[in-house]
Every structure is written in C-alpha cells, then in structure tokens.
Design a protein around this ligand. Structure first.
Ligand code: ZN
Length: 242
C-alpha cells in the first residue's frame, strides 16, 4: 500500500492540490492536523481531504477554529486568522473538525500533530525533546507536524538519546530498523526557508518513507488571502518559507 503524509495544510488549497497532483495515486492520506487556520480556503481543504480515504488528527489551529481553544496564546496575526476561520467554517466543517481524535495508531505509525506526549501542543524541534517523547508511543515510528519543518529523529535505545537531522527533498528512511520520530514538513506554510509545499509518501511493501517538495502557485493563495482580508504578515511569509 502507498500512503501520502501531509501536515499543516492550513487552508492553503493551491498548495494542497499541488501536493496531491505530485503525490500520485495513494491508498490513503494521513493528515497530521492544522488542516485550517492562516489560509483562505478552510472548507475546500476539509472537503478535499474528505474525498480521500484518510485518517486525520487534531491540530491546535483546528481546535481554535471550532472555538475549543482560547487564542490568547496565539500571536496577533494567528489569532486574527483563527477568528476569520471560525466565521468562515460551514456547520459541516465544524462537525468534521470537532470529531478529530488527538492520536491515531496505524501500524507501524502513531500519528499526532505536536508530540505523542502532548498531541496538540508540544513542538518537537530538538533532540532532547524528541528523546523524551519515545516513551509516549508504542509503535516503531511516530509522525508529527506542528513545526512546519521536515525532521527525522532516531532513538539510541541504549543511551536514551535521539539524533536528529533535517532531511532534504527526496531523502528517505527505512521504517522498522530504528525507532523514529518523523516530521514531513508543512504543506500550506513551510517554515524551513523553502517556499515549496512539503509532504511525504510511505510504501508499506518496501517500508521506505520519503520526503518530497513541490512548487505551487503561491500568488494564487496570496491573492485569495488578500481578498479575504487576512493579515498581511501571513500573506508575505509565504514568499519566504518561514
Ligand atoms: Zn501548523
């Protein structure tokens, strides 16, 4: 079976469509949360994901969009976008988001948005944080999003430490040899300095997990964001990939 792994779509339909076209045929999509928030097309992204056989977990921006999270912890632009999203969502979209689980297990993976220890909140962005999270999931691998930066953390079980690296496009890892925490990078708002949408594919036969990048029509998303009156800072950052 072939799986497509996406995270942090953030209502960026142009990026999501480019990823799906580049990905090719998959048996199922795994979405690591933050399907909405920041971008101009939340309902369209939810509908598109639902047209696929898929699994999806809850992200902090999904929670904010359905009013189950106080945006006091968000920066001003993110809070403004969360409010815009809450108003834009259809009842059907709210129903879909409000039923997302915080964690999904699909062997040999555990799927969460932030971290297995704190599924909606924690950012796994350094080796010590990754190491502390291996006791919080039972599968060989855990897939996370939230940071919008591709990452691979490998556990050294004898020492209880983890070694991390930032995988490039086309980089890959064999699943099953080591215990790993993996971030595919972000679809709708990459933050590693590369403006292209990031995603990954997993082939359960070869057990190869591969990171991928694809360019999309950034100006199309930016035009829709301007028309929606979303914060300029969020529009501009797409040009820089941060
Ligand atoms: Zn996010």
């Amino acid at each position: 079976m072939r799986y497509g792994i996406i995270a942090d779509v953030h209502a960026n339909l142009a990026a999501f469509e480019a990823v799906l076209a580049d990905m090719g045929k998959v048996d199922s999509l795994w979405c690591l949360g933050d399907l909405v928030g920041y971008g101009p097309d939340p309902n369209e992204c939810i509908d598109l994901l639902q047209s696929y056989n898929h699994r999806c977990v809850m992200g902090n921006h999904d929670l904010a969009a359905i009013g189950r999270l106080d945006t006091a912890d968000f920066n001003a632009a993110a809070a403004e976008a969360a409010e815009w999203t809450a108003h834009a969502l259809t009842d059907r979209s709210v129903f879909y988001l409000s039923h997302l689980p915080e964690m999904v297990v699909v062997e040999p993976f555990t799927l969460v948005h932030g971290s297995p220890r704190s599924p909606v909140w924690e950012y796994v962005f350094q080796e010590t944080l990754a190491a502390a999270n291996f006791d919080h999931f039972g599968t060989p691998a855990c897939l996370v999003g939230h940071t919008h930066v591709p990452a691979l953390y490998v556990l050294d079980a004898s020492r209880g430490t983890a070694s991390g690296r930032v995988p490039g496009p086309e980089d890959s890892v064999d699943i099953g040899a080591d215990r790993v925490i993996i971030n595919p990078g972000g679809v709708g708002q990459p933050r590693d300095g590369d403006t292209r949408a990031a995603y990954a594919v997993y082939d359960s036969e070869s057990r190869v997990f591969q990171w991928r990048r694809v360019a999309y029509a950034i100006e199309s998303t930016q035009g829709r964001m301007r028309a929606a009156g979303l914060p300029e800072r969020l529009i501009e950052r797409l040009d820089f990939g941060w």
